[in-house]
Design a protein around this ligand. Structure first.
Ligand code: SF4
Ligand code: SF4
Length: 326
């Protein structure tokens, strides 16, 4: 059965309690609740698609889905995202067969290049090849229907059965698109190979938007971080990258970063490279990435995104040199 339109559902069931407005700086700025938002297609690219509103809404309405429906009805400048990401111009894939594939997405190599390189080396030691490519979620969020054929062809050509997704956006997006494949996170893989590194300091967890409701990845991280606090950043909507809204609403992003800084919590940990990169670039210097810390890389998110992704486009694949395949 086709999914019911969220705009229609919101107009019919919203009780106008304003809980969403109080939880969201975008709605507050324009003095809207989600019902009002359904009538403001001009603001469709100002929403961070983070669904903090859904987390507080008593009738389960979703700003993410409203923004998507408004964008899909009138995509704007989405052609560039589609052109750039559908056959991702900085992709780096090999023809080698690999039943298990390390999928780094677009942003891990850009924001956390040393951590990405360490994951590649570790996987190569198990005969597992890597892929640098886009999962196509950015195309979806821009308001277009993503063309999955390039990824279909990649997985088929390589005989892929399991995909290790470093990025939580890739993980959840590909899991919804490829039910026949085993979509894994890196922590599940590290547990599988007996990796025992543990973070001993107190960690304050910042959950990426993609894990706001379904914390499959976080469940696999927990054993690596026994001293953790999960509530510290609960009221923070988004790192600023969600839905590409930072282009329209840079002052809201700056205000969010200032709010995080003023919370003065030591050891902010996240597991999304984009969140780590956005917060660090916005002046939140104590942000750390779980994967980087667990692997012992301890990487500060890089501000040389373009240089890093260019270098990864040229990185050689070593797995084809050996006969063991993951
Ligand atoms: S929280 Fe939900 S019910 Fe309340 S105003 Fe917002 S959309 Fe309507
Ligand atoms: S999805 Fe995020 S930015 Fe959009 S309305 Fe909801 S809370 Fe606000």
């Amino acid at each position: 059965m086709p999914e019911r339109s969220m705009c229609v559902q919101t107009r019919e069931t919203c009780i106008e309690c304003s809980a969403c407005t109080r939880a969201c700086s975008f709605l507050t700025k324009y003095d809207l609740n989600l019902k009002d938002f359904t009538h403001r297609p001009d603001l469709r690219y100002s929403c961070f698609m983070c669904d903090r509103c859904k987390a507080v809404c008593p009738v389960d309405l979703s700003g993410n889905r409203i923004a998507y429906e408004l964008r899909a009805a009138r995509p704007q400048d989405a052609w560039f995202t589609s052109f750039w990401k559908t056959s991702y111009k900085l992709r780096n894939n090999s023809p080698v067969q690999s039943k298990t594939l390390l999928f780094l997405g677009c942003n891990y190599p850009g924001y956390l290049p040393k951590t990405s390189a360490r994951m590649i080396e570790l996987c190569e030691s198990y005969g597992i090849d890597f892929s640098i490519d886009c999962c196509k979620k950015p195309v979806h969020d821009s308001g277009c229907t993503p063309n999955m054929h390039p990824l279909d062809a990649l997985f088929a050509r390589k005989g892929v059965k399991r995909v290790i997704c470093c990025c939580p956006n890739c993980f959840h997006f590909l899991r919804s698109r490829y039910p026949a494949l085993q979509i894994m996170d890196p922590y599940e893989f590290l547990t599988e190979i007996g990796f025992t590194s543990t973070i001993h300091e107190e960690v304050h967890v910042y959950f990426p938007c993609s894990e706001r409701f379904d914390r499959t990845i976080y469940e696999h991280i927990k054993p690596f971080a026994p001293k953790r606090c999960e509530q510290t950043f609960r009221a923070i909507e988004c790192c600023g990258a969600g839905g590409g809204a930072y282009k329209r609403e840079p002052e809201l992003v700056r205000a969010t970063h200032a709010r995080v800084n003023s919370m003065n919590a030591a050891n902010m940990y996240t597991y999304c490279s984009t969140c780590a990169g956005m917060f660090h670039a916005g002046g939140v210097k104590r942000v750390k990435n779980f994967l980087s810390e667990i692997l012992g890389v301890h990487e500060v998110p890089s501000t040389h995104y373009a240089r890093n992704v260019s270098a990864f486009k040229l990185r050689k694949h070593r797995v084809g040199d050996c006969c063991v395949q993951g």
